[in-house]
Design a protein around this ligand. Structure first.
Ligand code: PFF
Length: 442
């Protein structure tokens, strides 16, 4: 029996927008802001850009190359180029999809809840206390379920009809919303120290392995690398895409959105005298401090609050779609299920896996640490070794659709030596603290 025709993006921009949709998400707005704020401001941003260019970009191209070349979902794609010995890595990718989406959906659920609050009642001064009730328990679980339903519906709609179509609408919307918010933030009196906090480098803080490791983890999370999401999206590409240009656009958009999100968050927080509250916890800036600022803005705070949390929902949705797609595409290819069945069954399992995170933000934080530090950094390390050393002639596959690019040699060198070395350092540095976080939880 001939295999069914593989699904495809309908256009080049469809793929690019869907991949940007995967990359741009809570990571850009929630994680990036607090990491930059906590770890030296602009100095962290510079370090982050360096890791993104030297490791993130080459690994992104590697993932897309493996996907497009094999036309398969992660487990089979790795088997295709590396033999059965590499199948377990594909399984780890799928496991990462389950793990990350289980708590990502909970955080996304909070953002829906906040958008509803902003719309219906506006934020009150008691946001901090209210967050406790919203973040954990039935409330959190209910909104997580709602978010998962939206994610499942899009993935069940297919590559073209669901994933691509939603990204084409949602990504430009997100961009317009964020730029509008950044412009508004620029008009606030007293925002200047916020820009300074964000953009003035403190080099003394960045010169540590710990912060390097955080920057690498953030680069991988933000670009959706190290778990086969970009590989899966690449597998729906035809042979006429110019992959180096497209990966550059994806990275540019991801970094740009993270940067603009910072231009919203910091001036707003500083303008309302809430600076000392930033970085108190991983959820502080976005879910406690910003709503406090919105509360002090009066009526306009409601509008700004709705728009801000709407943009977060949009970003989270297109990212969650790519997480679920890793699991769903593997189920379709591996078990022969229909897309619809795979999306609903796997989506339901992931929703249930979110239960512990919905009832404990501590648990959520630890799963986030494990996913980033171990799964994504480890997955990225394995993948760069795979494409750099195991796959036969990746340059030939990467060149398809281009007129032969000179820096492919550099790409291969980065994949063979630089990325594995830097990722191994980041991973080794992160293991003890990850272990400690797990121990502390119990
Ligand atoms: N890149 C997404 C974000 O920044 O929010 C998160 C993410 C999506 C991570 C997909 C990994 C992934 F495969």
């Amino acid at each position: 029996m001939a295999a069914a025709q593989r699904e495809r993006w309908s256009s080049r921009s469809g793929f690019i927008l869907a991949a940007i949709g995967s990359a741009v998400g809570l990571g850009n707005m929630w994680r990036f802001s607090y990491l930059a704020s906590d770890n030296g401001g602009a100095a962290f941003v510079v370090l982050y850009l360096a890791v993104t260019a030297m490791v993130g970009l080459p690994v992104l191209l590697a993932e897309v190359v493996v996907g497009r070349g094999s036309q398969k979902s992660p487990i089979r794609a790795l088997q295709h180029y590396g033999g059965s010995a590499w199948k377990p890595l594909g399984l780890v990718f799928v496991a990462a999809g389950f793990l990350i989406l289980s708590y990502y959906g909970v955080i996304a659920g909070w953002t829906i809840r906040y958008a509803v609050i902003a719309l219906v009642t506006g934020f009150g001064p008691e946001v901090e206390g209210a967050f406790g009730g919203i973040a954990q328990g039935w409330d959190a679980f209910g909104f997580h379920l709602l978010f998962m339903l939206g994610t499942i519906a899009i993935v069940a709609g297919g590559v073209k009809g669901g994933i691509e179509r939603s990204a084409i609408v949602l990504m430009p919307l997100l961009f317009v919303l964020l730029c509008g918010l950044a412009l508004y933030a620029a008009t606030l009196e007293g925002g200047a120290p916020g820009y300074r906090h964000y953009l003035q480098p403190d080099w003394s803080e960045v010169m540590s392995l710990e912060i390097f490791s955080k920057a690498a983890g953030q680069a991988f999370f933000s670009l959706s690398l190290g778990m086969g999401a970009m590989l899966t999206f690449g597998s729906y590409l035809g042979r006429d895409n110019h992959l180096p240009n497209e990966t550059l656009m994806i990275v540019g958009a991801d970094v740009g959105v993270a940067f603009i999100a910072g231009l919203v968050v910091f001036p707003v927080i500083f303008a309302f005298g809430l600076a000392d509250k930033v970085g108190e916890s991983t959820v502080g800036a976005l879910f406690i401090t910003l709503p406090q600022a919105f509360a002090s803005m009066g009526a306009i705070g409601r509008v700004v609050g709705v728009l801000f949390f709407a943009s977060l929902i949009v970003g989270a949705l297109t990212s969650a779609v790519s997480l679920l797609e890793v699991v769903v595409s593997s189920t379709i290819d591996g078990l022969g299920w229909t897309r619809r069945r795979a999306a609903w069954v796997m989506g339901a399992i992931i929703a249930a896996l979110g239960i512990p995170s919905a009832w404990s933000t501590n648990f959520l934080g630890v799963v986030d640490t494990i996913a980033n530090n171990l799964f994504l950094l480890g997955g990225g390390l394995a993948l760069s070794v795979f494409v750099g050393w195991v796959m036969d002639d990746p340059v030939a596959e990467a060149s398809v659709g281009t007129s032969g690019i000179r820096w492919f040699g550099l790409w291969r060198t980065l994949l063979r030596f630089v990325a594995p070395a830097l990722l191994a350092i980041a991973l080794l540095e992160a293991i003890p603290s990850t272990w400690q976080a797990i121990v502390d939880l119990f």
